[in-house]
Design a protein around this ligand. Sequence first.
Ligand code: HEC
Length: 245
Amino acid sequence: MALQDFWSLWIPTRWLKLPTNFWSKPILAFGFAAILTGCRQDMHDQPKYKPLRHSDFFEDGRTSRPLLAGTVARGEMHDDVAFFTGKNGKDDIDVFPIAIDKTVIERGHQRFDIYCSPCHGRLGNGLGMIVRRGFKQPPSYHIDRLRQAPVGHFYDVITNGYGAMYNYAAQIAPRDRWAIISYIRALQYSQNANVGELPPGMKAQLPSMDKVAPPSAVSSPEIKGSSEQPNIPKGTPATPMGEAK
Ligand code: HEC
């Protein structure tokens, strides 16, 4: 197919027969119009400040203005002091600042398993996998001191860290910190619950005592010691990192 035939499929053939300079005038006219209208600069040269540039207008010479005293960024209104600090003045609070129900505890369970169990263990006994690999062993949550510690203390530990433990303020939002603490309380209770406190329906579901193996026969050496720093049981696969075998 000749080239001309090909083009003629797309363009009316008569156009192809037009003199070669047929389009030159309209193109010239259009070009002038484009240049003339494109010459306006007002949108390019706006009277605006760029961040941190010098300013002749403000006395301190800064274009970026300091915040007014008392400015609160959106979502940063931390007026509920107990909720955001776990403290009431100087003292740790001992009452949860949010309502605790099953959903909250379940949320706390999930967050605890994600963020705390690697070190504290799923039972809170301080024998998480990172500890077995050589990290400093935290105290068990089931020692008397931590069972009696006010909830505000736990909040403080999560928010600000404690000794060798880093803080989790960036990873865990305040509400989730309280949820985790509610779950820690549940864990603590689970290790110290009194059968007499069970509702009658549940008590009936318990296996009778003679069928339950005595604690010594249950192979959970991890939770036996409840001293402040229980020893890691022998035979734990502990190969501290960096240590030659
Ligand atoms: C990387 C390991 C690690 C993780 C993860 C971790 N902790 Fe700890 N935690 C420790 C260590 C180690 C200590 C003991 C610190 C010390 O005494 O120097 C500790 C101590 C504590 C204590 C006891 C403070 C006291 O009064 O003795 C609490 C409560 C605690 N952690 C809560 C938490 C909670 C809640 C989380 C999860 C949000 C968490 N930890 C996550 C390592 C960890």
